[in-house]
Design a protein around this ligand. Structure first.
Ligand SMILES: *[C@@H]1O[C@H](CO)[C@@H](O)[C@H](O)[C@H]1NC(C)=O
Ligand SMILES: *[C@@H]1O[C@H](CO)[C@@H](O)[C@H](O)[C@H]1NC(C)=O
Ligand SMILES: *[C@@H]1O[C@H](CO)[C@@H](O)[C@H](O)[C@H]1NC(C)=O
Length: 430
């Protein structure tokens, strides 16, 4: 797995001079947005090595671990935060809102997306504090869902024969159905970040009956259109995708960037601590550059949880929608160009997603360019609201790591949910 990492880093190393820090411009823009400084993160370096359930317990919340089987045999971890523990030093609190909220993470990540920033900031804790019954899914192939009833992820190539298409088609509905059956509720709120949004559009396009199980969708930096993507490292990868995928496929490498003992030392070499230039520049190129929002300790902890694994085919599928600018199904590797031109892969049908959709985007997001997010907003049939994050330099990673993302994003998202949940919070019983 060294190969893709080194390949990804290569163009960046060549052009590191491009990133000379321009203090004049930075301070000017900082004044323009005048973000209040939040207190430093109350996190510990050891958080990098804990699992998500361990983190949730450590920070004073209850945690339930559920395992859900998909119809094609994958076993997925689904975590529930059913409230705050008395031991947390704050009063114990149980959910009082009727509708559960289900959270789905981004590419190469896991449900750590929703908890890493800690209580008072991370979305999962803020939702639990606001009385929601919080459920966090993990897609197949990630560190928490690297399991199957009979396929062995270490030996079987068939285990890794999936893309985000299968995550949307099989994982998301299995997880949603499990939440609804355990809670006895007819519908839930859905919030997704990046890939976590596109998998729901896949589901609603292929199985539109799932609209009836959802109240609304909070689409955080939705990665349906990505062709205006700015990161040069990722662009380079996309250009090289076909030969690279063929080479890795031939070498029997179908799992990409797993969260394991092999990657941790590599991260230690490249990023011994997060203020090492190469490490930050990597982040800035891939996600966007917004130094005032980056906390070194937070970044180090993040690197213990990211990457969390994906399949080769999943990345290949991403490269196809970036190159073709079409939100379409996967085209197998060896399809010839002429065959593709004659019969391009079928599109997903966004007009079948009839639930209210709220879109959040950042102006400096290198992964989902704001124009890509706005194009999606234009095309969904039931757009409820669009929120541009007030910090004009907000990047892709800022949505889950930024010093101020509780105020800039999560507080707005809670207000949005309140609108849909007003009725059920009014007849709260406990
Ligand atoms: C992978 O899955 C596709 C269907 O999605 C199937 O057509 C193909 O034969 C599978 N390949 C392998 C190697 O299992
Ligand atoms: C970052 O680097 C500076 C010097 O370059 C050092 O003084 C500081 O301790 C480093 N920060 C961390 C968190 O390691
Ligand atoms: C998408 O779904 C709508 C509603 O069923 C249908 O009218 C339309 O033809 C579909 N579009 C495509 C491209 O399949």
């Amino acid at each position: 797995m060294l190969l893709p990492v080194l390949l990804l880093m290569f163009p960046m190393l060549l052009s590191a001079h491009y990133y000379q820090y321009d203090r004049r411009q930075d301070s000017k823009e900082e004044n323009e947005i005048s973000v209040e400084e939040d207190p430093p993160f109350r996190l510990q370096d050891g958080d990098a090595y804990l699992t998500v359930p361990q983190l949730v317990w450590k920070y004073g919340y209850e945690i339930e671990i559920h395992e859900v089987q998909t119809e094609d045999g994958y076993l997925l971890d689904l975590y529930r935060i059913p409230g705050r523990r008395a031991a947390s030093g704050q009063p114990a609190q149980r959910p009082y809102r009727n509708a559960p909220v289900f959270l789905m993470h981004s590419l190469l990540s896991s449900c750590a997306d929703w908890v890493l920033m800690g209580p008072g900031r991370a979305l999962a804790y803020l939702l639990a504090d606001a009385g929601y019954d919080v459920w966090m899914g993990n897609a197949r192939g990630t560190r928490y869902s690297r399991k199957h009833i009979h396929l062995d992820p270490d030996r079987s190539r068939e285990f890794w024969n999936f893309s985000w298409h299968e995550i949307g088609l099989y994982d998301v509905p299995a997880l949603i159905d499990h939440v609804l059956s355990v809670t006895g509720q007819p519908r839930l709120h859905y919030a997704g970040f990046s890939q976590g949004t596109m998998v729901l559009f896949v589901l609603l396009s292929e199985r539109p009956e799932y609209n009836a199980k959802l109240i609304d969708m909070q689409a955080i930096s939705p990665s349906v259109y990505m062709y205006r993507l700015e990161g040069r490292i990722v662009r380079t990868f996309v250009q090289l995708a076909d030969p690279l995928v063929a080479a890795l496929d031939a070498a029997g490498r179908h799992e990409i960037l797993p969260n394991n003992r092999f990657i941790a030392p590599l991260v230690k070499i490249v990023c011994p601590d997060a203020n090492v230039t190469v490490c930050r520049e990597l982040l800035y190129d891939v996600a966007g550059k917004n130094p005032p929002q980056v906390d070194d300790k937070m970044l180090r902890i993040f690197l213990g949880h990211f990457p969390a694994g994906a399949s080769l085919r999943q990345l290949h599928h991403f490269s196809q929608i970036i190159r073709t600018s079409r939100f379409a199904k996967y085209s197998p590797l060896r399809t010839t160009r002429s065959a593709l031109l004659a019969a391009p892969a079928p599109l997903y049908n966004l007009t079948l997603a009839t639930i209210p959709v709220v879109v959040y985007y950042g102006l400096n997001d290198h992964v989902v360019n704001f124009r890509d997010a706005l194009q999606l907003a234009d095309e969904v049939p039931n757009l409820a609201a669009v929120h541009q994050i007030a910090d004009r330099r907000f990047t892709h990673s800022d949505f889950i790591l930024a010093k101020n993302s509780a105020r800039l994003l999560n507080s707005i998202l809670l207000q949005e949910l309140d609108q849909y949940d007003g009725a059920s919070s009014a007849n709260a019983t406990h």
